[in-house]
Design a binder for this molecule. Sequence first.
Ligand code: 5GP
Ligand code: MG
Length: 489
Amino acid sequence: MTEKCGVVGVSLDEREAVRPLYYALYALQHRGQESAGIVTHDGFQQHSHVEMGLVGDAFDEDDLARLAGSAGIGHVRYPTAGSVDKGCAQPFSVSFKSGSLGLSHNGNLVNADEIRDELAGFGHAFTSDGDTEVIAHDLARNLLEADLIRAVKRTMSRIHGSYALTICHDDTVLGVRDPRGNRPLCIGKLDDGYAIASESAAIDTLDGTLVRDVEPGELVVLEPDGSGFDSYQLVETEETAHCFFEHVYFARPDSVIDGHLVYEARRELGRRLWAESGVETDVVMPVPDSGRAFASGYAEAASETTAAGAPREEGQTGPEFAEGLMKNRYVGRTFIMPTQGERERAVRLKLNPIKSTVENKTVTLIDDSIVRGTTSTQLVDLLKDCGAKEVHLRIGAPPIVAPCYMGIDMATREELIASDKSVPEIAETIGADSVSYLSTNTVAEALETARDDLCLGCVTGEYPYDIEGEETDRNVTRPTIDSGIEADD
Ligand code: 5GP
Ligand code: MG
């Protein structure tokens, strides 16, 4: 099961944590719409409310009033086809001999089954098939024998895969990022405390300031009185595996991830698209909302140089930038529609062209990515119906050729349009006059990150983790999970 989710944790001096958590979840809503939940701790006991649906629907005033305490964590969960199940909603909470534990997870473990089997053998009862519960039980078990820091370290030495976690151990809030930093996680300072969140936009929403990213392999422990935090580098890492797709699609453009403002990264990718594969058309048009920043960078670069790379002369302009597709903001994400027919219908519901912007014109349509090809096929068709003379498609990422095991529910290999087609074949299938993507090297350059420090699994088919039946692009092996806690330092 793969999950792309949003996590948050806050620890405040005296103020109740529930409101800031609730607002932060609103800020992270784009990372998950299936369920929302908050766990708080008031110094004596834990409180939890987890519900299916959007943040605005999941809590009413009474629910919020019951979530007492100045420490807590929250979670929004991404809808994955076929797994609409309250048992998987988070935060996951468990009480045990030495206290209570709440856990929010963004990411996906690739060895959860092994650990679940082992723990089940020791008598742990599991209520879901999710990997978050596996982390929670493993941590709870380790906490019986070791202090908090050593317990987290031992769990980190056993689990393999991607995880950005916020944890509430009694009224202590922790943040943990996997040793390769696959999913984002950052620390923010608030007036009266600290917060840990998937994205800095959540910190902004709380009028806080971004302190820094949680480092890959780092455990951050917030002081229960909100006065500061302690840091423990529990696993040393040489190479990171930051998900490039966070920058291309998932994260909010107003978030800063691993030192890069997402909006600027997308504009830079757009500029490079023009430099590498620009085509002189009458108009440039984004697919809203995901193509916007790319299209603005593309159009800006196109106003400076010609498609051949020469500087524009005085008075000579590039393609006109037009917001020619109107989006109905009330239609949910097309991606989760279970059948192809419904997905096609949903694209039509969601996007409508403004005829005058395309009629008798040559058009460049810009989007962040092509997954199945549904959106682009429908849009090219629509634009041509509206009288576009040519439609060229420019994509701000490489072709997606393989599934994501790291926390993004993409599609199976067979469903991915690029898994078995060349770029010209894709253009033909989609009905576009031309299609161009960016290369993985260009993406790495635009993100100012070494290629080896990115996870490019979905565009190369080689993963930075040891996944059964898949290739890896580096020297990684799964940990052996049976090392005893006494073996710890
Ligand atoms: P396609 O229609 O080709 O299957 O999907 C491409 C469109 O879906 C693009 O507009 C892109 O912004 C969006 N997209 C890419 N990845 C994801 C994803 O993981 N989830 C959702 N909801 N949309 C995605
Ligand atoms: Mg899109």
